[in-house]
Design a protein around this ligand. Structure first.
Ligand SMILES: Nc1ncnc2c1ncn2[C@@H]1O[C@H](COP(=O)(O)OP(=O)(O)O)[C@@H](O)[C@H]1O
Ligand SMILES: CC(=O)N[C@@H](CCC(=O)OP(=O)(O)O)C(=O)O
Length: 304
C-alpha cells in the first residue's frame, strides 16, 4: 500500500523538474487526423493538454483532419487527389476542407478542452485568423510549376494574439487554414508545415507531432525498431536511404526547419497511446523519437 503511494510520489517528483523547466514556455502540439478518429484517444490527449496548461506550460494546438476531409469529399462524390503529399484544392474542395476543419474538428477540440476543465479559444479564418500565407506551387518538370489550387504556405503568424491567450491561461486551437495575403480568401495548408510555422514564429521550446506510429522506425513493419534520438544529419541520411518515407517526409522536413529556426526539440510520438503527451514531456525516458539540433540525443542522458 505504502509502496504504491511512494511510487506515485516519485512520479510527481520526476515531473516536477520538467514542470519547472518548461514553465511559461510554448509547446506546439500537432494533432494529426489519424489520432482524432477515435474519441477515446482524443479525450486522453486533450486531458494531457489541460494538464500542461494547468501546471503553467503554454500548450498551443495545431490540427489537421486529413482523413475526415477525404471522407467528407467522398460523401460529396468527389475523389481526393494528392500531388506530392498535398491535397489538390479547388473551390468546392476548399469549402469542404473549411467546414470539416472549422465546424467539425476545431469545434470538437475546443469543446472537449472546456469540458475537461481547461479553457480553449478557436483561432481560424472565421473567427480570428492567426495564420497568413500565400499560394504554394511546387516545382514540376522542365522548370514548370505545379498548380495545387487553393493550397498555401504560412509566411506570417500573429504571435501576439496566441501569446496573449496563453498568458491568460487559454489554449489556442488552430486548424491548418491560412488567410491569403493576395485576395483575403482561405488557403488549405498541410498541417505539419502549419504547426512548424507556428512553432518557429513563437520560438517554441518544443514541437510535438502526435501521429499513428510509435515514432520514426528503422523498419516500418517493426514497432521495436523505434529510433529514440536523432540529429538533423541523421534525419537527412534516413530520408536519403528511403527509411523515412511518405507522410513522414513532410513531418521530418517540418522538424528540421523548426530546429534551424530555434525550436529546441521536436518529438514524433504515438498519439494512440493513452497519455502519450505526458509520458513524452514529463518523464525521463519518453516514448517516441526526439530530434534535437545537437546530438546524440540519447534517452538515458535526456534532460527534457
Ligand atoms: N521510417 C518511418 N517510420 C514511421 N512511419 C513512417 C516512416 N516512413 C514513413 N512512415 C509513414 O508515415 C505515416 C505518418 O504520417 P501521416 O500518415 O502523414 O500521419 P498524420 O496524419 O498523423 O500527419 C506513418 O503511418 C507511416 O506509414
Ligand atoms: C494542403 C493539404 O494537403 N492540406 C491538408 C490539411 C489537413 C492535414 O494536413 O491533416 P493531417 O495532419 O491529418 O494529414 C489536407 O487537405 O489533408
Amino acid at each position: 500500500m505504502h509502496e504504491e503511494a511512494i511510487r506515485k510520489a516519485d512520479v510527481l517528483i520526476e515531473a516536477l523538474g520538467y514542470i519547472r523547466k518548461f514553465h511559461n514556455r510554448f509547446t506546439v502540439i500537432k494533432l494529426g487526423g489519424s489520432v482524432m478518429e477515435d474519441p477515446e484517444t482524443l479525450r486522453a490527449l486533450l486531458v494531457d493538454v489541460v494538464f500542461m496548461q494547468t501546471v503553467g506550460l503554454r500548450p498551443v494546438v495545431v490540427h489537421g483532419g486529413g482523413k475526415a476531409i477525404s471522407s467528407a469529399m467522398q460523401r460529396a462524390g468527389l475523389e481526393p487527389r494528392f500531388v506530392l503529399g498535398r491535397r489538390y484544392t479547388d473551390a468546392t474542395t476548399l469549402e469542404i476542407v473549411a467546414d470539416v476543419l472549422i465546424d467539425g474538428v476545431n469545434a470538437d477540440i475546443v469543446r472537449h478542452i472546456n469540458k475537461y476543465g481547461g479553457r480553449a479559444a478557436a483561432l481560424h479564418p472565421r473567427t480570428t485568423s492567426c495564420l497568413f500565407g500565400s499560394p504554394l506551387t511546387l516545382p514540376g518538370e522542365g522548370g514548370s510549376r505545379i498548380d495545387l489550387g487553393r493550397v498555401g504556405e504560412v509566411d506570417h503568424v500573429d504571435t501576439m494574439t496566441i501569446e496573449n491567450l496563453c498568458l491568460a491561461g487559454i489554449v489556442p486551437v488552430l486548424p491548418s487554414l491560412a488567410l491569403s495575403r493576395d485576395d483575403d480568401g482561405m488557403l488549405n495548408v498541410n498541417a505539419d508545415t502549419a504547426a512548424a510555422a507556428v512553432a518557429r514564429h513563437l520560438r517554441a521550446e518544443k514541437l510535438v507531432f502526435l501521429t499513428d506510429t510509435p515514432g520514426i522506425l528503422r523498419d516500418r513493419s517493426d514497432p521495436g525498431s523505434l529510433i529514440e534520438g536523432l540529429t538533423p544529419e541523421g534525419c537527412r541520411a534516413l530520408i536519403d536511404e528511403g527509411v523515412i518515407d511518405r507522410g513522414m517526409i513532410p513531418k521530418v522536413e517540418a522538424c528540421l526547419a523548426s530546429l534551424e529556426a530555434g525550436v529546441r526539440k521536436v518529438h514524433i510520438i504515438d498519439g494512440r497511446l493513452p497519455h502519450a503527451l505526458l509520458l513524452e514531456i514529463f518523464t525521463d525516458r519518453g516514448i517516441g523519437t526526439e530530434i534535437a539540433a545537437t546530438g546524440p540525443a540519447r534517452r538515458d542522458r535526456r534532460a527534457g
